[in-house]
Design a protein around this ligand. Sequence first.
Ligand SMILES: Cc1cc2nc3c(=O)[nH]c(=O)nc-3n(C[C@H](O)[C@H](O)[C@H](O)COP(=O)(O)OP(=O)(O)OC[C@H]3O[C@@H](n4cnc5c(N)ncnc54)[C@H](O)[C@@H]3O)c2cc1C
Ligand code: SF4
Ligand code: SF4
Length: 408
Amino acid sequence: MTENAPAPSTRWTAQWKELYAEVITTGLCTGCAGCVIACPHDVIGYDHQEKGYRPYHLEEELGLDNCIHGEKGCTSCTRACPRFRAWEPEANEHLFGRDRADDEMYGITKDLLLCRASDDYVHQLGQDGGFVSAMLIWAMDEGYIDGALVSYLEGDGTSWKAVPGVARTKDEILKAAGSRYTYSANTLAVKEALELGLSKLALVGMGCQTSSPPVMWHRKIGKVGKPFVFNVGLLCSKTFDDAIFEELFLAKYGLRKEEMVKMNIKGVFQIWMKDGSYHEVDLKECHQWTREGCKMCPDFAAEHADISLGGIGEDNDWTLTIVRTDLGREIVDRMIRAGVIVSRPADTDEKAMKLLRTLSVVSRRRWPGFAHTAVSVGVPPPKKKAAPPAETAPPAEAAPAAEAGPPT
Ligand SMILES: Cc1cc2nc3c(=O)[nH]c(=O)nc-3n(C[C@H](O)[C@H](O)[C@H](O)COP(=O)(O)OP(=O)(O)OC[C@H]3O[C@@H](n4cnc5c(N)ncnc54)[C@H](O)[C@@H]3O)c2cc1C
Ligand code: SF4
Ligand code: SF4
């Protein structure tokens, strides 16, 4: 347990001024858009474009770094921000009634499984086991949700521009299946969902996004947090800026995005083309296109979702499934009983379990020393290399590098 657990009774006064100074200008901001959707005065804009993915203040009366509504007492943006101050212990306290233990590197869990959709079509469309899509379809049929905030590809898909959107039907859920490795702030789609009259939403997103509803609830934000009833987290080491398509894949390898049909990351960046060809790009080469908002992110395992899903199983056929909450357990158990998914214990894949911990540690090490200390509690330091003259001694285990190839 950390000693950083928040005092719930403390009066919350922080506004945009503090958010700007402590999160946005320090590099902690992930671009999750939690503050944008929370603002009751609609004065926070968002740039969902290449080199953007950041919030900014729309009113300039007090400069870009202060807010007139904040000065009058509005605190919604900081209440929604999952990188502001003690966000990790606060979300943990709210969801689990306790903070994570020092060695819980991938957050607090109930069950660890490998799952895949029983329906071959859903399975085939999914990035890994098609579990996320199968679960959204089932949760909608069963009335848990009436819509899901997901990510689509813009237009006919050939631009590979990921955009947030709402799914209300099985077809729409399946249209969104698969992974894009550029950013999509799915939280932004809540506005459209509310306009459509939806009120029970699943939020599908990486940890940066799925931590937002729990901090909103903990910090008592009010009605903004209410439509989020099911939080579906995607494991994530990083996303890339959209410029990678032109500046690396096209410029160096001649791969046109219009001709790409699928991509994945399994130790290398894998790209499948319309002509049937398959290409691999070394992840080290992709490194310089890492999106700014990911560079300090400590949350590989989407630690505040009801269920967190990833592709680090030994083959692409299964989705690693981390069940975290009672709701998550109820949904997964019922789906297994209904035969909608097949599952097996995750510890049948030792490599995946080891990787889950290693990649979680690697991400936590990115959290900077100036930020709230709870995130770094229990994180083992990188092992040092052996001193040079020991020719006969085996080299010490090097610190794993995220960009050395986390499979996804
Ligand atoms: C940017 C990104 C990075 C990832 N990194 C890792 C990793 O390092 N290690 C790992 O094990 N797993 C990673 N994953 C998760 C993995 O790729 C699969 O999403 C997960 O295993 C679920 O597979 P599935 O077949 O069950 O999902 P599917 O049934 O294919 O559903 C996937 C869902 O993800 C949503 N989605 C797709 N792209 C995005 C996006 N860019 N932003 C927000 N939502 C999106 C879709 O809307 C869809 O609802 C990452 C996913 C993304 C999107
Ligand atoms: S991390 Fe999210 S909520 Fe916080 S400032 Fe950035 S976009 Fe806003
Ligand atoms: S690494 Fe993934 S979870 Fe972290 S900020 Fe980037 S997209 Fe979000």
